[in-house]
Design a binder for this molecule. Sequence first.
Ligand code: MG
Length: 202
Amino acid sequence: MKIICIGRNYSEHAKEMKAEVPTEPVFFMKPDTSILKDGNDFYFPDFTKDLHFECELVVKIDKNGKNISEIFSHKYYSKFSLGIDFTARDLQAECKAKGLPWEKAKAFEHSAPISNVWIDKSEFQDQIDFDFFQNGQLKQKGNSKDMLFSIDQIISYVSKYMTLKTGDLIYTGTPAGVGPVRIGDTLKGVLNGREMFTFKIK
Ligand code: MG
């Protein structure tokens, strides 16, 4: 199983990162060891002083495919969940400045918390809403209609480069509002009004 993450998929987030709004999807990967299932605490790693939350809508691939045309992308997924793309922002800034890959800032142990709940896409109308709370305070508000690249476009694009397999996850990018987490924080994600995960930073 692999985890594909989309970067800068909301223009307001690209702006807050002082990054250019991309003209084609930007993606990177995390290993399966990045997964942290809801109900488990996250332990703040000692290699960063600036760990950021990025709450993201997650899509699960449920059929193998490559070179998928956008019009057929919808046949390759049926469920959504909510997760966090934890980012060691200080390490990422160093990697970016040196023109190096981002893996140590993005792909570390438990850097991809995810809800245990999967919601069938038939439950949604044409847009998907999500909210992220840090210690009860609303920090991020996302809506799939604000994505620069739709899920169907992302699946088509990524599958040009690599085969998508059943069970693969796509983290579809984060809206504006990212920020640092601290030991003692409680993080909560809500998808279309339904609580999806709550866990603590230890
Ligand atoms: Mg992200």
